[in-house]
Design a protein around this ligand. Structure first.
Ligand SMILES: [Ca+2]
Length: 276
């Protein structure tokens, strides 16, 4: 019976047919490794990833993959995302209290960096501050944290969102390779987000910028958090100082930042409250 397994039969295809099928499947997945819905093939998967990126990233970067473990807690959190299923009113009631007042305080406190961000990237302070407050209560939120690379590797191996997280895995390896952060040690929320405004690795590569010297530090420098978030918005088409309510081009940029409608509407609403 075992000889009728599709895997073994596929191995018997002539080389030309194999090449053709590889070409056909290339656009679907960001990398060639397989996915699975339990831990059973995770070691094998790690080896596949390492050979895929051999030569592309430094051996020291790829070595960070070896100790990674399949995270069952990340998987169960991914299967049970409840907050984005809430109505706008429920989401707002749960997440927005205190954000606008905290944001006003930060805008005063870090005026110089909000001004720099506005001049350089055209992004209004109330948008950056609303996101900063909603994502991490301005860096004060101390929830359960997870090693970033491990979360991303687990979600990339998992079949539910393989394509998205395979791209993020590649970006995470790039972040490590360029020497920004050792993401095998750095901690984030369960889906592998980086820093106080929760950049996915690919977004960090686009937005990361140094506003106060000493290198880019989106984990603990408010200046870099403000600058990098603004830079991401500018790079994604933010219209300098423009309207950001539903239906505008700038609202479209907020939609790219976070796919959840309740989140987008909450950002615009809090921004209005900040402006008063
Ligand atoms: Ca810095």
């Amino acid at each position: 019976m075992i000889f009728s397994s599709p895997t073994l039969r596929r191995n018997r295809l002539p080389v030309a047919a194999l090449a053709f099928s590889v070409l056909l499947t290339l656009p679907v997945a960001a990398n060639a490794a397989f996915c699975a819905n339990d831990a059973s093939r995770f070691s094998e998967w790690k080896q596949a990833i390492k050979s895929e990126y051999k030569g592309r990233f430094k051996p020291s970067t790829l070595a960070k993959i070896d100790p990674l473990k399949y995270s069952t807690s990340v998987i169960s959190l991914d299967r049970n995302q409840k907050s984005f299923k809430l109505s706008f009113e429920e989401f707002y009631k749960r997440r927005a209290p205190g954000v606008a007042s905290g944001a006003k305080k930060r805008i005063k406190q870090y005026r110089q960096y909000f001004d720099m961000a506005e001049q350089k990237y055209g992004v209004q302070p109330e948008i950056i501050a609303a996101i900063w407050g909603l994502e991490s209560a301005f860096g004060t939120y101390k929830g359960k944290s997870f090693p970033i690379l491990q979360s991303i590797a687990t979600l990339s191996y998992d079949c539910r969102r393989t394509d998205l997280f395979s791209r993020e895995l590649e970006a995470a390896l790039e972040v490590i390779d360029r020497g920004y952060y050792d993401l095998s040690r750095a901690q984030g929320a369960w889906a592998g987000e980086i820093g106080q405004t929760q950049f996915l690795p690919s977004s960090f590569l686009v937005g990361g910028t140094d506003f106060d010297g000493g290198g880019i530090d989106v984990f603990s420098s408010p200046a870099d958090v403000i600058g990098s978030t603004a830079k991401w918005f500018a790079a994604n088409g933010w219209q300098r100082g423009g309207d950001y309510h539903e239906g505008t081009a700038n609202y479209g940029v907020i939609q790219r930042w976070n796919k959840a409608g309740v989140y987008q509407k909450t950002i615009a609403t809090i921004a209005d409250e900040i402006r008063g």
